[in-house]
Design a protein around this ligand. Structure first.
Ligand code: PGA
Length: 252
C-alpha cells in the first residue's frame, strides 16, 4: 500500500521561495520514490498556482494540497477560498480540522464536517486532522476525543477517499512525541472507529503528525498502522524533508 507524506508549510514562504523549496525537495529525493510514496506539499493559497504550474511544466511527481478550505461553496464570505476554486487549480488534497484552525480560529467539529462535505462534492481528498490536547491526554480522554472528532464528521457517510492525520496537539511544534508503539495503537483504534462509523466500513490510511523529523521518522514509519506523516517545521528545509521521505522509501 502506498504511503503518503504531507509537508505543511503553514504561514511561511512567498510563492518564489515556495518554488525554490519545491525544487530543492525534488532534487534531494530518491529517484524511485513514486512507486511507494505520494508526496504532497501544502503551501499558502498564494503559492498554489505557481507550484502547480512548475509541477506540470517539469512533470514532477509531487502533489499539492491546500492548508484549509471554506465551509461555504460561494457567496458573501469575504476572504474565503472554496473547494470549487481549489479544484479549478487542479488541487487534489486539502487539510481540514488542523488543531491550529480549531484552537486559534474557533473551528468546531460542525464546521470541519461542512468543509469535509465541500471537498467531497469537488472530489478533493480530505486530510482530516484529529488529536487530543495535553490536558485531555493527561486525564486519559484521548480515545474519547478522537472518537467524537471522527463521529461528528464521518458518521454514516459513504467515503470514497479521505485520509486521517492523527496529530496530538501537545506534539505539534514541541519536539515531544508519543512513542511509535503508542501511535501505532492509536492509529489502529482510529481505523476501527472509522470503519464502524462509516456507512461503507471505509478503511482509511492514517498518518501521524507532530514533531516528525529525519531522526525519528524511521521508527514511526516501520509501524504497521502508520501510513505516512504530516510534517510541519521539518518540511521547510528541503533537504531535511527529502530525507524524511527517503527514510520511508528505504523501509522494507
Ligand atoms: P510539526 O507540525 O511537524 O512542526 O510538529 C505538524 C503539523 O502541525 O501538522
Amino acid at each position: 500500500m502506498k504511503k503518503i507524506i504531507v509537508g505543511n508549510w503553514k504561514l511561511n514562504l512567498d510563492h518564489l521561495q515556495g518554488i525554490q523549496l519545491l525544487q530543492k525537495i525534488n532534487y534531494s529525493l530518491d529517484k524511485d520514490i513514486e512507486e511507494k510514496i505520494d508526496i504532497v506539499l501544502a503551501p499558502s493559497h498564494t503559492s498554489l498556482r505557481s507550484l502547480q504550474t512548475v509541477i506540470s511544466t517539469d512533470n514532477l511527481k509531487i502533489k499539492i494540497s491546500s492548508q484549509d478550505v471554506s465551509s461555504q461553496n460561494d457567496g458573501a464570505f469575504t476572504g474565503e477560498v472554496s473547494a470549487f476554486q481549489l479544484k479549478k487549480l487542479n488541487i487534489d488534497y486539502s487539510i481540514i480540522g488542523h488543531s491550529e484552525r480549531r484552537s486559534l480560529f474557533n473551528e468546531n467539529n460542525k464546521i470541519v464536517e461542512e468543509k469535509f462535505r465541500c471537498l467531497e462534492s469537488n472530489n478533493i481528498m480530505q486530510v482530516l486532522c484529529i488529536g487530543e490536547s495535553l490536558e485531555e491526554m493527561e486525564s486519559g480522554k484521548t480515545l474519547d476525543v478522537l472518537n467524537e472528532q471522527i463521529a461528528s464528521v464521518l458518521k454514516n457517510k459513504t467515503l470514497k477517499k479521505a485520509l486521517i492525520a492523527y496529530e496530538p496537539i501537545w506534539a505539534i511544534g514541541t519536539g515531544k512525541t508519543p512513542t511509535p508503539i503508542q501511535v501505532n495503537q492509536i492509529n489502529q483504534y482510529i481505523k476501527d472507529v472509522v470503519q464502524s462509523t462509516t456507512a461503507n466500513n471505509y478503511l482509511p490510511k492514517v498518518l501521524y503528525g507532530g514533531s516528525v523529523n529525519s531522526e525519528n521518522a524511521a521508527a514511526f514509519f516501520s509501524c504497521e498502522n502508520i501510513d505516512g506523516a504530516l510534517v510541519g517545521g521539518a518540511s521547510l528545509d528541503g533537504k531535511h524533508f527529502a530525507e524524511i521521505v527517503n527514510e520511508f522509501n528505504r523501509i522494507k
